[in-house]
Design a protein around this ligand. Structure first.
Ligand SMILES: [Zn+2]
Length: 336
């Protein structure tokens, strides 16, 4: 057993050393590319690796730049976290840059936040999601639905909706879970009703534009209203319950659903104190359906869905892509 443990320790040390050397080499290359860019790009952390696409001729004649001691230390520290399932090697420079700007933030959070995209401003570096029809889809200020995206919807019975708000629609899975939650709460004398559900991209554009036209600043509007394509209501998986007002916190219904909604697959998507991650003010009325298993984990961990997605869902997706590539390569090799 002793010999086995010593062997394992040695293997781990060699492994970390190799990762360190590899990361240091990557950092060295990045530094070299940055050094060959325009002066106006110097120090601009948003231009990640852009200069690499237009190599300067000097690059070919100059000897490779040697990473500074500070960079080597940063690379060495980062390499200790390379075993995290959500560590993305190509983001190494972004991790180091974000850690330098936020030295008190633990590396696990640095990696999580960069994976979310928080090293960019909101609505900068936006991706169009490819999994809009999946229950787990992440829609936020960095991930938008395609302009043509329309989910398959089911109309909610009027008995579970706030009167006078017009017909309400959700995806079937979310609708069934909401009806179940409503009826269980009803047995306790509580009335959890749907105030607002699915919204088209056209409607979302209207809401955002009207809010800006009303004289509020763009920053203020962005903290309350999603821009078109970026709203969870567009997925058919989000429901505002009872009323979209902080008065909802004073209700017995809120006390109950804030502790029980996850059992039905719903999470409070924009929690208090997490505005710097979600980009939205606390919304006690906005529930998002993600399914009971994920909702339980998000609830128990006390994290946002943005964090959960990049830590637990995205790595599995990336793994599938790698597996697919391996299969595809094998296939093309056998059948040229
Ligand atoms: Zn909402």
């Amino acid at each position: 057993m002793e010999a086995g443990n010593t062997g394992k320790r040695l293997y781990k040390i060699v492994q970390i050393a190799l990762i360190f050397l590899l990361t240091a080499a990557v950092c060295g290359i990045v530094k070299e590319n940055r050094g060959s860019g325009d002066a106006k790009n110097e120090g601009n952390s948003r231009n990640y690796g852009q200069n690499a696409a237009v190599p300067d001729k000097r690059e070919k004649t100059n000897p490779p730049a040697v990473p500074s001691g500070e960079q080597l230390t940063a690379c060495s520290e980062l390499s200790l976290y390379s075993g995290l399932p959500y560590f993305i090697e190509e983001y190494s420079e972004r991790y180091i840059d974000y850690k330098r700007k936020n030295p008190d933030l633990p590396y696990e959070k640095v990696i999580t936040y960069v994976n979310i995209g928080l090293d960019y401003d909101f609505y900068e570096n936006v991706h169009v999601v490819e999994d809009g029809h999946e229950i787990t889809v992440l829609v936020n200020k960095y991930n938008k639905l395609d302009d043509d995206f329309t989910p398959e919807l089911t109309q909610l019975d009027q008995s579970v909706c706030v009167p006078g708000r017009g017909p309400q629609y959700l995806r079937r899975e979310a609708c069934e879970a909401f009806v179940k939650m409503h009826s269980d709460a009803k047995k306790l004398g509580l009335n959890i009703t749907a105030y607002g559900t699915y919204r088209s991209i056209k409607k979302q554009h209207e809401i955002w534009n009207n809010a800006v036209k009303s004289g509020r600043t763009v920053e203020e509007v962005d903290s309350l209203n999603a821009r078109g394509g970026h709203s969870e209501h567009h997925t058919g998986l989000a429901v505002d319950v009872i009323i979209n007002d902080y008065a909802v916190e004073q209700t017995e219904e809120f006390k109950w659903y804030s502790e029980n909604a996850h059992k039905y697959g719903f999470i409070i998507r924009y929690p208090k104190g997490k505005e710097h991650i979600t980009g939205y003010k606390y919304e006690p009325w906005h529930l998002r359906y993600v399914g009971p298993e994920i909702a339980k984990e998000v609830y128990e961990k006390g994290i946002t869905y943005d964090e959960y997605y990049v830590q637990a869902i995205q790595p599995a997706k990336n793994k599938n892509i790698v597996n697919c590539n391996i299969k595809c390569n094998t296939y093309s090799g056998n059948h040229p």
